[in-house]
Each structure stands twice: as C-alpha cells, then as structure tokens.
Design a protein around this ligand. Structure first.
Ligand code: HEM
Length: 505
C-alpha cells in the first residue's frame, strides 16, 4: 500500500515545488510590462546560474531580445526585476533621480570587508564615498604615479627576459602580473614581486573573489537573506588575509601616513582627521569613522576592483592591436612623437596628451566593458518616466553596457574596432548615456582615473619597445568566460610580442 503512494507523493512534491518556484511569474504580465518567458526556479538567469554563460552576456541577450522596449520585465531567479534599455530612462535613474537609486542592492553581511564602497548602501555608502573621493583626484594620482612607473619598468625588463624564451604569450595572465604589482604597491604600500614568483595567497584570493559565487543567486531568490543570516559573500580566509595584511602595514607605519603617497597613506591621513561629516551627497548625516576595519575593507576593494579590470582591458586592447596593425601603426607613431618631446620619459603629462591612445582605450572598453550588468535598487515606489510602469520600492534595476555598446543605433558596425568613434565631434553627437564602461552618475567608478592611468602606462611602455602580432593560436572569435563575475576572455588571449625592429632595445 505504502509503495503505491510513493509516485503520488513524488508528483505532489514536484507540483508543489514547481508552483513555489514559479509563483511570482505573473508579476510583470499583470503590469503589462513585456519580457521573456522565465524558467521555473531560474527565472531568466538559468544560463548564468548554471555557469554556462557569463551574467553580462545573459543580460546583453535580454537587452537584444526587446529592441523596441524602453524597459523589460525580467526575473532574477524568482524575483521580479527591471532591465532598463532606454537611454533617457537610464539618465533619470542614474543621474537626475540618483538620490532615489543610490543603493546598488547587493545584500549580504556588511561587517568586515562588507563595509567596502562597492557593496555599501545608504548612509554608510554616502559617508564612505564622501571620505574617499578626495583620495582619487588627479593631483593625488600624479603623486602616486612614480609607484606605477617603477613597476612598469620592472615589468618591461621581465618581458624582455621572457621574450627570449618564446614570443607567444597569454596576455591576460601576463598583464595581470603588472597590475597586481601596481595595485599592491598603491593600495597596500607593499613591494610584492609578482613578476618572477607566483604569489599564492593572491592567486587564491583571485579564485575566491572573482569566480561567481552561488550566494548571489541565493540573494536574487530571497533578497536580503544573506544579510539577515549575517553571511558574507567573501570567504573567511579572504577576510582574515586582508585584515592581517592591513594591520601589519598600519603597524609598520605606526598608524601614521609616511611619504609614499599611496592609498594606505591617504587612508591613514583620513583616519587621523577623525569623524568628518559632509553632506555633499545629499544626506546631512553622512559621517563615517575610519576604523582599521574600514581601511582594510577599502584596501580590499581597491585591490580587487583595481587589478583585474585594468588587466582585462589592457589584454583586450593589445588583442585588438594585434588584429588591427594599421591602428597599432598610428598609435606607435603618436607614442614615438610624444616621447621624443619628453626625452623618452613616459611622464604622467605625456600620457594625458596622447589623444589617440585614449581613444583606443575608450574603444576597447566600448567593445569589452568589464563590469556587467550595472545595478541599482529603488528606495521608493517610482513611476518610470515616459512609460506607464510604476516600480515598487526595493525593485532591482539592471542596465546592460554591453547591450548598449553593441547596439547599431548608437554604434554602427559594432563588431568593428574603430577608435575614431571617440573623435570629439562623433562622441559629442552621441547620447551622454550611450557609453558607460565606468557606470554613470554619482555612483560611478571611483577608480576610473587610476584604472585608465595604469592601463595606458602599460600599453605605452610595451609599444615603445615591442610590437604585438597575431600568433598562429590567436582566436578571431573570443568567448566570454562564463564562471567569472567580470567579463574576461574564455581560455585567455594568445598573441606574439616581438621586439620592435625599427628601434634599438
Ligand atoms: C578599467 C578599469 C575599471 C573599470 C572598467 C571599472 C568599472 C567599474 C564600474 C562599471 C563600476 C560600477 C559603476 C556603477 O554602478 O555606476 C565600478 C565601481 C567601482 N570601482 Fe571600478 N573600474 C575600473 C577600475 C577601478 C580601479 C582601479 C579601482 C580602485 C583603485 C576601482 C574601484 C571601484 C569602486 C570602489 C567602485 C564602487 C564605487 C561606488 O559604489 O561608490 N575601479 N567600477
């Protein structure tokens, strides 16, 4: 008798589960908001949840599927969310009505490393952003430039030695060696030799932090659950590594700024100032205490946000130069001419003067924006301008830079690498929200200048000595790695790096 009931029980259980994991899927239909059919449990994120596609690519495909819509109703797992496609609506949300969407809404324990700028929300974010914005000014960056420059020279010497073994390199891993050494020097004030040795602790961190983590899917399904349970998306090992690292640096400096002018000095300077209240970002009560934990959390986010984004950008840039030798010729010409003016010294000012270089950099991030998708959370009910849609408080809104950057409406022949898209008159004629690799509005990337500077420095140092050429293994069609939080090349990028024949090295 009991055997007889087993299939019925299984069927009833499956039906109950199906009902439970589809229970929200009428949400957008009821509101007449168009959107793709969701799948039970996964909503519209099955491919990324199963690590078959990068989440940035999944959101780009959602963008492409609704070419005529301003907004698209989607489900992050079972939670209704909205994809914003229209640039005027994006402008409202990210710039004009920023105050209502200041939160990113990545909910998990905000203790320890969770107190970092990227993941903080509400007044904690305001307080942090007010305090940390001044350490990213061009003046501060200029004073830090010598640290980057020293590491770039070491990187070039390393490359010269490696080239003698073989011209072919996997450039993503190669450039990471430079950016990790720069960012550890600037964020932690440490001289770690990442060129000749593998720094195991940092490699582990790379895997733990940058590989997509199922905690995020859990939070998509049950928003706020990680926060309620006090769970962090960062493993305990990462937490203690950064805490110990930062405490050691603070002790080595006796808790006071030195004359290195790195981020650690600037943060210790802020700590000495005590609590400062500023209302630059709207709310009057945005003070935040710079404790050792807060310093560690920011050093952590500068490290994680700083090395991989730039390494990926530079490797895609070099890849495109390998495939487009005419663009490389034009860029090398500009570099040679500019360096002649500065007696061969790659100075901060000459990097800023290289107009074509900066267009090549911008076009690289147009084709390969690294941080995808952009995310905001509504802190109130809000009627989306130009539509009949009213979203409820706490709804997560997504924006797809890749979708926009490959939209023929804004970028004709989007598959073509063409730096002239950033000629002043062409860029000036585009909608101001059609280019967003660093995000938009007051919550955009705080490290934008730093990222650009270390990337273009690396490119100039390399091109002043070497030529980048395709090798027999250079793929013409690069896939995006599915399992990462960021956009990155699947299987790496192989190219040849050879000494320039027109100069003595
Ligand atoms: C090419 C290099 C980089 C790219 C493409 C990039 C991209 C981005 C993007 C798209 C965002 C989200 C912006 C938004 O939601 O509107 C962001 C935020 C952020 N980035 Fe970057 N980034 C880069 C380099 C850096 C560097 C070098 C640092 C630190 C030294 C950094 C630190 C941060 C931080 C702390 C945030 C959070 C800001 C906040 O929420 O207030 N990034 N970045």
């Amino acid at each position: 008798m009991s055997l007889y009931y087993i299939p019925l029980t299984v069927i009833a259980l499956c039906a109950a589960l199906y009902f439970y994991f589809t229970r929200t899927f009428n949400y957008w239909k009821k509101r007449n908001v168009p959107g793709p059919e969701p799948t039970a449990l996964f909503g519209n994120f099955k491919e990324s949840a199963l690590r078959r596609k990068n989440i940035g690519v999944v959101v780009q495909e959602l963008y492409n599927s609704f070419p005529n819509e301003k907004v698209v109703g989607i489900y992050r797992m079972t939670t209704p969310s909205l994809l914003i496609r229209d640039l005027d609506v994006i402008k409202h949300i990210m710039i004009k009505d920023f105050e209502l969407f200041a939160d990113r809404g990545v909910e998990f324990s905000k203790k320890g490393l969770g107190q970092n700028l990227f993941h903080a929300d509400g007044d904690t974010w305001r307080g942090l952003r007010n305090r940390f914005t001044p350490i990213f000014t061009s003046g501060k960056l200029k004073r830090m430039y010598y640290l980057m420059h020293e590491r770039a020279d070491k990187f070039i010497s390393f490359l010269q030695r490696e080239i003698e073994k073989s011209p072919e390199f996997e450039i993503h891993g190669l450039v990471q060696k430079f950016t990790v050494s720069t960012i550890t020097a600037c964020a932690f004030g440490l001289d770690i030799n990442t060129l000749d040795e593998k720094v195991e602790a940092l490699e582990i961190i790379d895997k733990l932090v940058l590989e997509a983590n199922f905690g995020l899917e859990l939070d998509m399904m049950y928003p706020g659950i990680l926060k309620k349970l006090g769970i962090s998306i960062f493993p305990g090992k990462v937490l203690s590594f950064f805490k110990v690292l930062v405490n050691n640096v603070i002790n080595m400096r006796n808790g006071k700024p030195t004359d290195r002018n790195d981020f650690m000095d600037l943060m210790l300077g802020l700590r000495e100032m005590g609590t400062v209240t500023s209302n630059k970002l709207g709310s009057a009560d945005t003070s935040v205490d710079i404790t050792d934990d807060v310093v560690a959390a920011q050093a952590f986010v500068f490290y994680v946000g700083g090395y991989e984004t730039s390494a990926t950008t530079v490797s895609y840039l070099l890849y495109q130069l390998a495939l487009n030798q005419d663009i490389q010729d034009k860029l090398v010409k500009e570099i040679d001419e500019e360096l002649k003016q500065s007696n061969g010294e790659v100075t901060y000012d000459c990097l800023m003067n290289m107009k074509y270089l900066n267009k090549v950099f911008d076009e690289t991030l147009r084709m390969y924006s690294i941080v995808e998708p952009l995310q905001r959370k509504a802190t109130v009910d809000y009627k989306i301008p130009g539509t009949d849609v009213t979203i409820e408080k706490d709804t997560i809104l997504l924006v797809s830079p890749r979708g926009i950057h490959y939209d023929e409406k804004y970028y004709p022949k989007p598959e073509v690498f063409d730096p002239s898209r950033f000629d002043a008159e062409v860029a000036g004629a585009r909608h101001p929200c059609a280019y967003l690799p660093f995000g938009l509005g007051q919550r955009n990337c705080i490290g934008m200048r730093f990222g650009r500077l270390q990337s273009v420095l690396c490119v100039v140092k390399m091109l002043s000595k070497f030529r980048i050429e395709p090798s027999k293994n250079t793929k013409r069609d690069l896939g995006v790695k599915p399992s990462k939080n960021l956009i990155g090349p699947d299987g790496g990028i192989l190219v040849n790096i050879v000494p320039r024949r027109d100069i003595k090295t």
